[in-house]
Design a protein around this ligand. Structure first.
Ligand code: MN
Length: 241
C-alpha cells in the first residue's frame, strides 16, 4: 500500500476527488460509491472501504481483483455492492470508472415505463434512452442490493454498451473511460432526470435529442470534460487543492 507508483497515486487522488464532488452534488450521500480501474493492472480496480463518500481519503482506497476480492490481505470492511464495479470492469474493457448512485430524480425513471432520455446536450450520453435493470426478473425476491458476482454480471449485461443503466427500485450506474467523464455523466444523469420530469409536467409533447444528435453532442461534451473537472476538483479540495 505504501509502494504505489505516481500513476496509481494520481488515479487515487482523482478517485478521492470524485467521491467528494459527487457528494457535494447530491449524487452520492451516505450511500453509493465510485470506482476506478487500476492504471497499471487492468484486472484490478480501486474503491474505498465502506465509508460515506464525502469522508473518503486516499488512505481509504482498497484494491480489488475482478472477482471483487480485496487484495493484499486488506481486512477492512468493503462495500457490499462492490460486485457492481468488478463485473462492469470485467465486461467493459473500455470502461475505467464506474459510479453507483441512488440520486433522487433518477429513481422515478427506474420505476416507470417512461424511459430516461436526453432532454438537452448535457444528457446526450443517455443516447436512445437508459436501459433498466430489474433484479427481480433475474433473481426473484431480493433486498434489491447487488450482493454477488452473478447479480453484478446481470447488471453489466443490461448496461451492455451504454453509458448509464437504471436499476429498478434502487438507483443507477454511470460508466466512462475516465473518472472526470464518469463523474459528469453521473451528475448530469441526475440533472437530466430532473429536467425531463419538468418537461413531462408541462404536459405538451416532448422532443428529445434524437440518437444521432445525442451521439454528436456526447462527443463534443467529452472533448471539454477537463473544464468542469478542474472547477469541481478545486471545490472538493479547497482553494489550493
Ligand atoms: Mn446501491
Amino acid at each position: 500500500m505504501n509502494t504505489r507508483s505516481a500513476a496509481v497515486a494520481a488515479v487515487i487522488e482523482d478517485l478521492v476527488a470524485a467521491n467528494r464532488i459527487l457528494a457535494r452534488h447530491g449524487v452520492l450521500d451516505g450511500f453509493g460509491h465510485v470506482a476506478a480501474r487500476h492504471p497499471e493492472r487492468p484486472d484490478r480496480f480501486l474503491l474505498s472501504c465502506s465509508r460515506a463518500p464525502e469522508l473518503v481519503s486516499a488512505a481509504d482506497i482498497m484494491e480489488f481483483d475482478l472477482e471483487s476480492n480485496a487484495q493484499g490481505s486488506d481486512a477492512r470492511k468493503p462495500y457490499l455492492e462492490r460486485f457492481i464495479h468488478g463485473e462492469i470492469f470485467r465486461a467493459r474493457a473500455d470502461v475505467n470508472a464506474v459510479v453507483h448512485s441512488h440520486s433522487p430524480s433518477a429513481i422515478p425513471f427506474a420505476a416507470s415505463s417512461v424511459r430516461l432520455r436526453p432532454v438537452y446536450h448535457m444528457g446526450s450520453f443517455l443516447g436512445a434512452g437508459a436501459p433498466v435493470f430489474d433484479i427481480r426478473r433475474h433473481f426473484g425476491c431480493t433486498d434489491m442490493l447487488v450482493r454477488n458476482r452473478a447479480q453484478g454480471a446481470a447488471l453489466a449485461a443490461e448496461l451492455g454498451a451504454e453509458a448509464v443503466a437504471l436499476m429498478r427500485g434502487h438507483g443507477f450506474v454511470a460508466v466512462a473511460a475516465s473518472i472526470p467523464v464518469a463523474v459528469y455523466r453521473a451528475i448530469y444523469t441526475e440533472l437530466n432526470a430532473a429536467a425531463q420530469q419538468k418537461a413531462i409536467a408541462l404536459g405538451g409533447a416532448i422532443t428529445y435529442l434524437e440518437p444521432d444528435e445525442a451521439a454528436c453532442a456526447d462527443e463534443a461534451i467529452r472533448g471539454v470534460s477537463d473544464r468542469p473537472w478542474e472547477l469541481w476538483k478545486r471545490e472538493a479540495f479547497g482553494r489550493d487543492g
